[in-house]
Design a protein around this ligand. Structure first.
Ligand code: PHE
Length: 340
């Protein structure tokens, strides 16, 4: 055994390592898991007991020698060139592409932030909604034409009627059913309507609903809240205009226009030369709606509003075709990297 160890030791000393390939061959031969040193160690059990100690020591130093030669040769090869020859340390790094946030998420976050500054929480509801929350509790009588007007996508007809919600007003009802005033919340979400897809209409889009219920809430509060929102969103110069309108769940109701940010109200093809753009519907919550959701309409009053996120993004980023939002065209999306 001792002679064998000495012989291997010589072999190690004489082994010529000139490049990475011979270094690897050396490693496999002497220190690999099937190499000579391993094999010698496994033979240790056959050595007579009184010699075991001495032979074991020889083996340990053999292994050390083998490993040392490996490390030294490796270092020498690497510093001579070897692998480092291929590295150009002055080469510019490959930057990872970070992607960008979708314009609709940017606007959604901004709306949430603006309202959270005046104490609004965020609430959410399901996109597949029952008839009660989407229509009935919101004061749409069974045969009300508005149910057709909204062009609903039905998931299930009949007794357990379920549909894709046509507006986020359904979340108003859910919030009122589960909490008591004071309520101050906004509900962002996706809504669906059975419309032909064009530059100005899509079968799904996004809304942010707002709801404020407390004692003595007035129309003036609604108007000031919306003016605050318009100025925060579009800049201090922005103004709003309210036009009387109709929704079954609000009375009185209004549609709100914001001064056209694209032409500074001078008149352009986006605002159709009127200087104004419609951004939301709103009104004082109808007492019937409060009662249907378990809120005492004699003690409390409130307002609600619902705005289209696409519309607001269109004004902020001058997007003239709704379809761009859902086509995943990288040339469109990468323009929003600044918003990360
Ligand atoms: N739900 C209405 C729509 O989708 C908007 C709205 C919300 C109007 C709240 C009044 C109050 O058009």
């Amino acid at each position: 055994m001792k002679e064998r160890i000495e012989q291997v030791e010589k072999e190690i000393e004489q082994y010529l390592i000139t490049d990475m390939a011979s270094l690897e061959a050396y490693r496999i031969k002497f220190i690999g898991s099937k190499g000579i040193t391993k094999e010698l160690f496994s033979e240790l059990k056959n050595v007579p007991n009184e010699e075991k100690r001495a032979v074991g020591q020889l083996l340990n130093s053999l292994r050390q020698k083998a490993e040392q030669k490996f490390e030294e040769s490796k270092e020498a090869l690497e510093s001579q060139g070897g692998a480092s020859e291929k590295l150009d340390l002055s080469r510019p790094a490959n930057m990872d592409e970070l992607g960008s946030r979708h314009p609709l998420s940017l606007v959604r976050s901004e709306i949430i932030e603006i309202f959270s500054r005046i104490g609004y929480s965020v609430s959410e509801g399901p996109e597949i909604e029952d008839d009660w929350h989407n229509f009935t509790a919101l004061n749409f009588p069974p045969e009300h034409p508005a149910r057709d007007m909204q062009d609903t996508f039905f998931v299930e007809k009949g007794e357990n009627e379920m549909a894709l919600r046509t507006h986020t007003s359904s979340v108003q009802v859910r919030v009122m059913e589960s909490s008591q005033p004071p309520i101050r919340t906004i509900s962002p979400g996706r809504v669906y309507r059975n419309e032909a897809i064009s530059a100005r209409a899509h079968c799904f889009f996004h809304q942010v609903e707002g709801l404020y219920i407390d004692k003595k809430v007035s129309f003036a509060d609604l108007k000031q809240t919306l003016l605050y929102f318009a100025k925060e969103m579009f800049g201090d110069k922005a103004t709003i205009r309210l036009r009387p309108s109709y929704f079954p769940f609000t009375e009185p109701s209004a549609e709100v226009d914001v001064s056209c940010t694209i032409c500074n109200s001078k008149g352009c093809n986006v605002c159709k030369y009127s200087g104004w753009l419609e951004i939301l519907g709103c009104g004082m919550v109808d007492p019937n709606v409060l009662e249907a959701s378990g809120i005492d309409s004699k003690t409390y009053s409130g307002f609600a509003f619902g705005m289209g996120v696409e519309r607001i993004a269109q004004l902020k980023y001058k997007v003239n075709d709704l379809r761009l939002y859902s086509e995943n065209d990288i040339r469109f999306l990468k323009q929003f990297t600044a918003g990360i």
